[in-house]
Design a protein around this ligand. Sequence first.
Ligand SMILES: [Fe+2]
Length: 387
Amino acid sequence: MSNLAATLRKFLAPEFVFGAGSRKLAGRYAVNFGARRVLVVSDPGIIAAGWTGEIAALLAEHNVDAEVFSAVTPNPKAEEVMAGAERYDAAGCDVIVSVGGGSVIDCAKGIGIVAANRRHILEFEGIDNVALPSPPLICIPTTAGTSADVSQFAIITDPAERVKIAIISKIVVPDVSLIDPETCMTMDAYLTACTGLDALVHGVEAFVSLASGPVSDLHALQGIRLIHGNLLRVLEQPDDLEARSNMMLGSLHAGLAFSNASLGAVHAMAHSLGGLLDAAHGECNAILLDHVIDFNYPQAEDRFVRIGEAMGMDLHAFTAEGRRKALLDEVRRLKFAAGVRGTLSERNVGRSDVGELARKALADPCIVTNPRRPLARDLEAIYEEAL
Ligand SMILES: [Fe+2]
């Protein structure tokens, strides 16, 4: 049985509707879930862009009331989740709708967990620690990146410990995701770059993960292909709906891959950094990506070559070492061209932080599926390279 468990792979995905205008189904889906009063979780930027008000109006057309909760910051904090759960109870809500990026979606997931299980959010850290199902959750993602709208992950920051905790459970997979690339048109260039690179990392880490399988592989490679082929295009032409759609589809593929195959050292180390700095998740990932690929490369050489091919590279003519260098050069070129530049020391990380960062990254559940098992001193060396 233990051999079976080690080799068989299940694949879980929510119901989702992909395409321009899919957000307009929010009211119909809310009614299907029996909603009378929904908690709309959003943030001030998305409200200002007009998306939250549009969704509230669509709900009203279906006689569903909307209670808007927008006290959510990037890297959502445990107390924001608890405040949202209180609001959910106080307003008598029965369904949750998230309108926003990964932070908003993770906060909405946390609110659902607390509303159903009546305990503090930080008590659910780890894999399969959520007992009771959350209320129905409808996601309308507004970034092409985090894929929290299809994943089994919720990442919440514990500010007291300056650490991000991962809650991994199929209970946090949303009930439906309305994946509408039109919502990405209001993202600024840097958010587009950071979230796009996050999605690229999802594809890469899922493909080399120790828990990868044939179905997640298909999604991972297609995600890498689409994101690599469209990230710079969408940065040059932010109003290009076809490029936005390709990015959103790439993010969806990469999200389905990592939700099932899990991630690796880039995310473990980025979670640790994000807890310390409160910096953007995608930015942390992008800074670390090439350094971690370099570390993992010997353990998954064939897989990294296939990643290079998905990025459109012809690596046949290269020597083994040449292939490694070509892939690293391409990843560095892409993130530089996308505008994510600079080092950790420029972001106020010092040599004295490295020990604690490595210790927390080693305790992150994402490290378990990294293709090369790192020691604390390995992670310290990677952080030091990125300083
Ligand atoms: Fe991510």
